[in-house]
Design a protein. Structure first.
Length: 456
């Protein structure tokens, strides 16, 4: 077999492959054997039909077609390896010549990974938020914990903001009560904004047994988007009572004996969270600067496929889970279809560029992924997917996605390597050290966000 590579552009090549006919013999023998097992001819035992009889009955062309279809993947792979190419996606194959007993010639056009020059990235400098935990942050955290231990009790007074009212609702459109417009025994916290627009004003000031009517645009159901007249009956008013902020509360809500110890733990926890957020911010900013340094030719077919994949995921997975269609989503976002397409293209280009550049750094720095690193990443991805680690691992193996996960971790390590070489300062001008056990995890998350893999 002989092959030649013609570069069509920085991301696409055409392979021309010539195969002497004798190299087709194994596939030709396999084709006769396959046809032998599929057909019956009177006077011959199944599987024992001579090749000349098959040629007479079914035509030599049918046998050649079967043999060539069987052989093409092998010869294509050999040509790719011989040319030291990194193909992307499936090739477009065209058989240009097939001379029985003499020669097979075919061409294969395919997108390839572009050759990239990674410049010195040690000069990258970025600024991130400083890690500062204020007394106000601690108080807010403790207050949120306090809210979780709030109790409610009925009150004999008018409802006010923060109270919980139990209500019955009846919605009418054009004077007709909707079949799905009636609800009873709904608990609603005044001021939460979690029901219909206008309900806060309607129930504020009402006591148990009170009634009000208001107009609101329906957010769901058969009359979604229409103006409805809504009647609300208050059947109960309950006040929320927060526990006192003292040592007794600390013992109730945590493993600490004193409120001071609880606050100290909250301060440490918030500092760890802000430190991780700072690391993630550093990864994202360093990645942005790195991508500015590298010229990445864009494979058109790969870009088109990635845009289509992202749009499919948005329409059929993300929006479906929220009960929205694309038209409603665009209306809510205030975007046109053209603006969405431009946004998806920008995201897809960034994802592809991120993958190409970081993969090149993986090769350049000879980075590898250990079993422990892969297992840790798999467990984190399982957690975010809502599956158990065993279920997620089984799905990954069945779908052949282990190399994808390895690639994600490797690219995270590549980005962590770049961040380590870069200069990261906080808003106060202090140099930030990100050398801890969470650095690669934060980098991997930043890579997933840039590539869009966290949504796939």
């Amino acid at each position: 077999m002989k092959s030649a590579v013609e570069t069509l552009n920085p991301t696409r090549v055409r392979l021309t492959v010539e195969v002497p006919f004798e190299e087709l013999k194994p596939s030709l023998d396999a084709a006769y054997k396959k046809i032998n097992q599929q057909v019956s001819i009177p006077g011959f035992r199944k599987g024992k039909i001579p090749a000349r009889v098959i040629d007479q009955r079914f035509g030599r062309g049918a046998v050649l077609e079967e043999a060539v279809n069987d052989a093409l993947p092998k010869f294509y792979t050999e040509a790719v390896n011989e040319g030291e190419l990194n193909p992307l996606g499936q090739p477009e194959v065209d058989i240009t010549e097939l001379k029985d007993g003499e020669l097979l010639t075919f061409t294969a056009e395919v997108d390839i990974r572009p050759a990239l020059e990674i410049p010195d990235y040690s000069g990258i400098e970025v600024t991130v938020d400083a890690v500062e935990v204020t007394d106000e942050d601690v108080e807010k955290s403790v207050e949120q914990l306090r809210e979780r231990f709030a109790t409610t009790s009925p009150v004999e007074r008018a409802a006010a903001e923060g109270d919980i009212v139990t209500v019955n609702l009846e919605a009418k459109v054009d004077g007709e009560v909707l079949e799905d417009g009636v609800a009873e025994g709904v608990d609603y916290t005044i001021g939460s904004g979690q029901l219909l627009d206008g309900i806060d004003e309607a129930v504020t000031g009402l006591e148990t047994g009170g009634t009000a009517t208001f107009t609101s645009e329906l957010k769901g159901g058969s009359a979604e988007g229409k103006e409805a007249e809504v009647k609300v009956d208050v059947t109960a008013v309950k006040a929320r009572e927060l526990p006192a902020l003292d040592d007794e509360f600390a013992q109730l809500a945590s493993e600490f004996d004193t409120l001071d110890a609880l606050k100290a733990d909250s301060r440490e926890r918030l500092a760890r969270m802000k430190k991780f957020d700072q690391a993630t911010q550093a990864q994202e900013k360093v990645l942005e600067e790195l991508l500015k340094l590298v010229e990445v030719p864009m494979p058109e077919k790969l870009l088109e496929d990635e845009i289509n994949t992202r749009k499919h995921n948005l329409e059929h997975h993300q929006l479906g889970q929220m009960g929205l269609d694309l038209a409603k989503y665009l209306e809510i976002q205030g975007k046109s279809a053209e603006e969405l397409d431009a946004e998806l293209k920008e995201q897809a280009e960034k994802g592809i560029r991120t993958q190409f550049v970081l993969d090149e750094i993986v090769n350049k720095e000879k980075l590898s992924v250990g079993q422990d690193e892969l297992t840790e990443h798999l467990m984190r991805r399982a957690q975010t997917s809502g599956m158990s680690p065993d279920q997620f691992a089984q799905a990954v193996v069945e779908q052949g996605q282990v190399p994808m996960l390895v690639g994600e971790v490797a690219r995270g390590k590549a980005l962590a390597t770049v961040v380590e070489a870069a200069t990261v300062k906080d808003a106060n001008g202090e140099v930030v050290s990100l050398e801890d056990e969470d650095e690669t995890e934060a980098a991997t998350e930043a890579v997933e966000a840039a590539e869009g893999t966290e949504a796939k």
